[in-house]
Design a protein around this ligand. Structure first.
Ligand code: NAP
Length: 469
């Protein structure tokens, strides 16, 4: 009876996790999605603590873990800057990977408690699950640590490459498969730890050749690995909820990586084999080509306010620079003032604007920009031709027409927002630096472009002041 209650609670939690993922797929439902996820996790924890056979000491240990882990997580999450979320996620994934390794080790040394056989006579199926859990867990751990170090600038974001690297990785991958087979055949403790060590090395070697620019995709891939590692461990623990949750995380992480690659028009293999994004962080200068500097038209916030006050249709294009400057609040104030002046204001979101999927949506939602004013690329692109102003704030690559015309460009093929079709294009940025992909943006030099140089928040504040006069 008690066992069926636990199973029933796990079923409800699984359904809530699925609803959570569904809710998170759209800004209007994302808060509800988060709530479903939290309630589902609450039910899962309570059901696990109360499940038959759980000893009091076990409950105390789980609660202690929750307080310590939950405390550290809450502290870190409340302090982290929005722009640093990718590295926070990478750090958390590393712990999921490590947990998978520890659970596999616990099951290996204490099989009786897991009901998977006896020391030296563990069931074959459990040895398979255990070896997969430890291998994927260890790859996730060391890979995530490197991703964290690169994103946090603790090590260079540039790809670290050497001759024969891919062959070495392939060789280590094959060695890992051989070790797993040998471990399943023999159940040897030495082989168990050899799998862990080789997988750690593989995680490290797989991530070092990937440039900082591609790290968000990698973090999402590692997210997927950590889900599969958890699912593998779920089989070992005979915990159906862990299997379902792990599979959900694994599948959604893989889908997210696919969406990000599609947004950048790159294949997942191209990302994972490394090399792109050596100029991460927009370090490359637009005039780094060695050609003489070209003139650009620059204006003042007052000029921008004057032009926008007389505009009928304004499309705002936010990008990474808006996130850095935390300009979303004042941007919404500007939008509100322009609406009062009679303009139609909308926001255009590129699928890979910023540094993580949904980055811009989250910031605009935080500033209470109405959802109906926020539009995806396919929806808004035909509207630029009718717009009087495209207000590009801290975005660069996602507007670069080289993606359509220059086959040699790193961003060739990436769908872009057609801002150049608007009558006037404002670019709010601090200087002439290129964006993430390190590619010069031809639009800066066009006749219908006006550069508004300065920090995105400060410039927008000055525009707001000018509009209030
Ligand atoms: P971007 O091309 O990186 O350009 C951002 C621009 O913001 C820079 O040119 C920079 O120019 C400016 N900027 C930085 N700080 C600023 C500040 N405080 N005030 C004003 N401007 C500031 O950004 P994007 O157009 O959003 O494109 C995103 C890029 O990231 C794409 O290449 C995409 O492929 C890549 N990416 C995105 C994701 C994702 O999931 N979203 C994942 C992986 C890669 P200045 O230095 O001159 O100010």
């Amino acid at each position: 009876m008690a066992q069926s209650l636990t199973t029933f609670a796990y079923l409800i939690a699984s359904v809530l996790f699925i609803l959570a993922l569904r809710g998170l797929s759209h800004p209007t439902t994302s808060r509800r999605g988060n709530l479903y996820g939290m309630v589902g996790m609450g039910i899962a924890i309570v059901a696990t603590l109360l499940r038959p056979g759980m000893e009091f000491s076990g409950i105390v240990i789980v609660l202690a873990g929750l307080v310590i882990g939950g405390g550290i997580g809450t502290y870190l999450a409340s302090r982290i800057q929005m722009t640093s979320l990718p590295q926070l996620v990478a750090a958390f994934h590393s712990l999921v990977g490590l947990a998978a390794v520890f659970v596999a080790a616990a099951a290996f040394y204490n099989p009786e408690s897991f009901g998977i056989g006896h020391a030296g006579a563990i069931h074959g199926g459990s040895l398979v699950e255990m070896s997969l859990g430890v291998a994927i867990g260890a790859i996730t751990f060391s890979g995530s640590v490197i991703a964290f170090a690169k994103l946090q600038a603790l090590m260079s974001g540039a790809p670290i490459t050497f001759k024969g690297q891919h062959w070495l990785n392939l060789g280590i991958g094959i060695l890992l498969v051989v070790l797993v087979i040998a471990f399943v055949a023999t159940g040897s403790g030495v082989l168990f730890w050899l799998i862990a060590i080789v997988a750690l090395a593989l995680g490290f070697l797989l991530i070092i050749p990937i440039g900082g620019a591609d790290m968000p995709v990698v973090v999402s891939m590692l997210n997927s690995y950590s889900g599969w590692a958890a699912a593998g461990i779920g089989f070992t623990l005979q915990n159906l909820l862990l299997v379902v949750t792990g599979a959900l995380v694994g599948a959604s992480g893989a889908i997210l990586s696919y969406i990000m690659c599609k947004g950048m028009n790159r294949s997942i293999f191209n990302v994972l084999l490394g090399g792109f994004g050596a100029e991460a962080g927009g370090a490359a200068k637009a005039d780094g080509s060695g050609q003489p500097a070209r003139p650009v038209k620059s204006g003042s916030p007052e000029d921008a306010a004057y032009i926008m006050r007389n505009a009928g249709k304004i499309i705002i294009v936010p990008g990474y620079g808006m996130a850095v400057a935390q300009a979303q609040q004042v941007l919404r104030e500007m939008g509100d003032l322009l609406k009062k002046e009679g303009a139609e204001v909308s926001y255009a979101i590129h699928p890979v604007a910023g540094r993580m999927p949904g980055h811009m949506n989250v910031l605009l939602a935080e500033a209470n920009v109405p959802y109906e004013e926020v539009h995806e690329l396919e929806e808004i692109n035909p509207e630029f031709a009718e717009a009087d102003v495209a207000f590009v704030i801290g975005a660069n690559d996602v507007t670069n027409p080289a993606a359509k015309t220059d086959k040699s460009s790193a961003i060739y093929g990436m769908p872009i927002l057609d801002v150049e079709k608007a009558k006037t294009v404002f670019f709010i940025k601090r200087g002439m630096a290129s964006g993430y992909a390190g590619v010069e943006n031809e639009l800066f030099f066009r006749d219908n472009t006006m550069m508004l140089f300065g920090d995105a928040k400060k410039v927008t504040q000055q525009i707001v002041q000018a509009l209030q006069k």
